[in-house]
Ligand binder design. Structure first.
Ligand SMILES: [Zn+2]
Length: 321
């Protein structure tokens, strides 16, 4: 009797083993991202899988607190991460990961030099980056615009095509293309400071806390503002939407990368079509004047790891993360 029981037990155990092996081989085939990560030379300890936050994110308003430990080299598995430039520093902090998700489309742009970091820390880092890229200046609509050369050439072609259709494409103002670290910082302060006053006035934020946040370094301030937004205290103009759809956090603007242009005629669908044909797309929802040079045709964007988001009747292309 005992022997029969043992045989049955061993048989069941063996069958289970075969099933588990099949399942595991199948899942390896489907999830190449996870597979390649296990071979990453930087993985010295058990590292959480990079995409897991997508499925485990079930707390609205505080989406980043589960991601703490991503590998520093992106997996070479296609999709958005597979299209990031060589030497790209994958962000490991919450702010960096959020900014990659929200502003990251430009990092897979073709024919140009995207930065290899999501957040520039200082003015000198920004100056060094801007000095190192191929760039061109042009007078457009009475403003001197400076962009990476491929982005400028494509823009000039778009302007020429638009002209043939009795349309014009001009910048909104003098700082519609390249921006310095300080300009981005000033724009950020122009939303943060009145926002703090607003939320103190609403009784949601103690004055002492507002003073403390105001005195922080730019990098520390980003984290604190995102924490307040997670509690419903928003900092875009009107205080109803997140600040990042209004101004960029210090060191993160696509304008720093010289791959962005704010277009005066952005509400004209025909203008947006012409720009798209020349590699200029919208990539930040709610920032309606803002266009990003991606150097690709619309039907290639999904292969770069970007996803189509429709908002305000417009199309935006964002990292599929
Ligand atoms: Zn812009």
């Amino acid at each position: 009797m005992k022997i029969i029981k043992q045989i049955i037990f061993v048989t069941i155990f063996f069958m289970f083993g075969v099933l588990a092996a099949c399942w595991s081989a199948d899942s390896n085939k489907k999830t190449r991202t996870n597979n390649s990560e296990t071979t990453s030379p930087t993985t010295s300890t058990a590292t959480p899988k990079i995409n897991d936050n997508k499925t485990s994110n079930n707390s609205p308003g505080d989406s980043n607190n589960k991601v703490t430990n991503t590998p520093s080299t992106p997996p070479k598995s296609g999709g958005f991460q597979g299209n990031l430039p060589g030497g790209f520093q994958m962000p490991t902090d919450e702010v960096g990961q959020k900014m990659l998700k929200e502003y990251g489309a430009m990092f897979v742009a073709k024919g140009v030099t995207p930065p290899n970091t999501v957040v520039f820390k200082t003015e000198s880092e920004v100056s060094a980056f801007q000095a190192g890229v191929q760039k061109s200046s042009e007078n457009i609509g009475g403003f001197t615009m400076e962009l990476q050369t491929a982005a400028m050439n494509a823009l000039k072609e778009a302007i020429a095509e638009a002209k043939g259709k009795n349309l014009s494409i001009t910048p909104r103002n003098a700082d519609s293309s390249k921006r310095s670290y300080q300009q981005v910082l000033d724009n950020w302060a122009s939303r943060v400071n009145p926002g703090l006053v607003y939320w103190v006035g609403k009784g949601r934020l103690p004055q002492t806390e507002a003073n403390r946040i105001k005195a922080l370094s730019p990098v520390e301030q980003i984290t604190e503002i995102f924490k307040l937004e997670a509690q419903g205290m928003f900092f875009a103009q009107g205080n109803q939407k997140t600040i990042i759809y209004s101004v960029a956090p210090p060191g993160t603007s696509q304008h720093i990368s010289m791959l962005a242009l704010d277009v005066a005629q952005n509400d004209n669908a025909a203008v947006r079509e012409v720009l798209a044909r020349h590699g200029w797309f919208q990539t930040i929802p709610s920032d309606l004047p803002h266009f990003t040079y991606l150097g690709a045709q619309e039907n290639e964007l999904a292969n770069l790891g970007l996803k189509k988001v429709t908002e305000s009747g417009r199309t935006f292309w964002m990292p599929n993360l």
